[in-house]
Write a protein that binds this ligand. Structure first.
Ligand code: TNX
Length: 531
């Protein structure tokens, strides 16, 4: 029997076989190189404050491209290198980075810090593209970095493939003037319920940076595992890191690895916010050190997903020695100004005990030179002026926090908890707060979410990704994308300019780039991904 018949089965009629064989032998059309393709300026996510596309010729990135910068600023050079790596053609000379020359030579990309005497919003940028040159100006290196992220979305998606690119890179002419709405555009990753290694966290950082996000909050401890080396309390990792939900091997970051993550994020203008959750969510610590328990008996490690059963012994002095050591060691590795103390879901303490504990721990954090952040349960406790409250429970009252002058981060669980399933079919995730489709994540306004909370008290938004049900970067990507793009836009774009239909269309235009990057994103039926 012929190969074709064996493969297709005995019942294939002979006529059909002839047609199939003829087609297989027909000469193929010559492979044509991809035509030079120019992206639209109207597809940028998050939506810029102002976009003015122009008619005219594109800017062509040719061999020998120069990226021109003012000398003497390492962060600006870092941004130029990031851009160079993005546009470098494999197997061709790298674009040059040159010290500023005047006038700017034709065919170059010019990055410059704006004159400090002209006031501009922090992290803002202005980008002008003509067929002659690209100029990007910002008041700070972060703004330049965000301008480069905009440039990235104006380059062909195929650029993201690591293979050689046989076509020119073209940028559409026009002007973008842009600035973020909120200072806090955050994501939180729970590395405690399941552990994610340095490689996975760096990948997450790369994806956040692309969306102009600027905070990554790491939930470093919980009942199921302790994830950062503390040299003065070594059993936290020798014992407390070896578990995770479902009984997997767990893991932890050495202090060197944590410092490496902090530096990697910083080079992408992302501040790491470390969280040690307390007094609850502490079974891993309690299991590692019997003296932290009121009865002096260490509980067994925990690999389930219940919450609220554990608490540090708030009446013992050793508890505060422990906290001071932990906070001091982590603070020393963390250049960012924040330290998250958790404070959520404590079911075994009286209100009085809880409030006294939160009061004392904020002072420890302040002595280590950091501003404390806590989940919204801390609102009724005495708060230091610098303390930030993170809203998460859809019904939680925030008047307490606002009256005390606290700044707020908004993470409403029924809108931007990325561990919520999209719908009943979603194979991973939880649904205690809601099913959260892309539109639910996008279609609300931070300024009107909670009554009587003025916009000036809102630092911004943050999307937590709890990891009870997820185990690797593919799961992270599936739950985070596309909803992270919605969160980025809530945090970045002016309220009056954005709407669901516009977002939906711009989101669809991201699909090719995300696919080229290998992102395992959820193809929500709410978005027409073919565009
Ligand atoms: C609530 S949000 C928690 C977490 C869980 C999460 C699951 C918060 C402060 N506490 O401990 O992982 O729900 O969605």
């Amino acid at each position: 029997m012929s190969f074709t018949r064996r493969c297709l089965g005995r019942s294939v009629p002979a006529v059909l076989l002839i047609v199939l064989i003829a087609c297989a032998r027909a000469p193929r059309p010559a492979v044509r190189p991809e035509p030079p393709f120019v992206q639209s300026m109207r597809q940028i996510v998050p939506l810029p404050a102002s976009v003015e596309p122009e008619d005219g010729d594109p800017f062509v990135i040719a061999e020998g491209l120069a990226i021109v910068i003012a000398p003497g600023n390492d962060e600006v050079r870092g941004v130029a290198e990031h851009l160079r790596d993005l546009v470098a053609f494999p197997a061709q000379p790298e674009p040059r980075i040159e010290a500023a020359v005047s006038p700017i030579p034709d065919g170059s990309i010019h990055l410059s810090l704006a004159d400090p005497d002209t006031p501009r919003a922090p992290e803002s940028y202005e980008l002008t593209i003509t067929s002659r040159a690209v100029t990007l100006t910002a008041p700070d290196p972060a703004g330049l970095f965000y301008g480069v992220q905009t440039l990235r979305q104006l380059l062909p998606p195929a650029l993201e493939h690591e293979a050689a690119r046989p076509f020119e890179l073209r940028l559409p002419p026009g002007r973008v003037a842009d600035a973020p709405r909120f200072a806090w555009r955050g994501a939180m990753l729970d590395v405690a319920r399941h552990f994610f290694d340095v490689h996975d966290v760096k990948r997450y950082i790369d994806l956040l940076a692309m969306l102009k996000m600027n905070r990554l909050h790491l939930h470093l401890s919980d009942d199921q595992g302790w994830r950062i080396e503390i040299k003065s309390w070594p059993n936290l990792t020798a014992h407390g890191a070896k578990t995770e939900v479902g009984g997997g091997p767990g893991g932890f970051y050495t202090q060197e690895q944590y410092a490496d993550l902090v530096a990697y994020a910083r080079a992408r203008f992302i501040t790491i916010v470390p969280e040690i959750d307390m007094p609850g969510h502490t079974n891993a610590a309690l299991s590692s050190y019997p003296e932290l328990n009121c009865d002096g008996v260490a509980p067994a490690p925990y690999t389930g997903i219940e919450v609220g059963f554990s608490a540090l012994c708030v009446g013992k002095e050793v508890t505060y020695t422990f906290i001071e050591d932990v906070v001091t060691e982590i603070a020393a590795l963390t250049p960012g100004p924040y330290f998250h103390i958790g404070g959520d879901e404590v079911k075994t303490l009286t209100d009085e005990q809880y409030r006294a504990f939160i009061d004392r721990v904020q002072r420890i954090v302040a002595s280590a030179g950091k501003e404390a952040i806590g989940w919204d349960e801390i609102a009724p406790a005495p708060l230091l002026p610098a303390t930030i409250v993170q809203h998460w429970r859809p019904e939680s009252p925030l008047t307490d926090a606002v009256e005390k002058g606290a700044r707020l981060i908004l993470s409403p669980a029924d809108r931007i908890y990325l561990d919520m399933k999209y719908d009943v079919e979603t194979p991973i995730g939880l649904n205690w707060a809601a099913y959260v489709e892309v539109r639910d994540a996008y279609d609300w306004d931070p300024a009107t979410l909670v009554e009587d909370v003025p916009e000036r008290t809102i630092l911004g938004v943050e999307a937590p990704l709890w990891s009870e049900t997820i185990a690797g970067i593919r799961d992270i990507e599936y739950l985070a994308f596309p909803r992270m793009a919605a969160v980025a836009e809530l945090g970045w774009s002016p309220a009056g300019r954005r709407d669901w239909d516009g977002f939906r269309a711009r989101l669809a235009a991201q699909a090719r780039r995300w696919a080229a990057l290998g992102i395992n994103f959820y193809r929500s039926p709410q978005v027409d991904w073919r565009h």
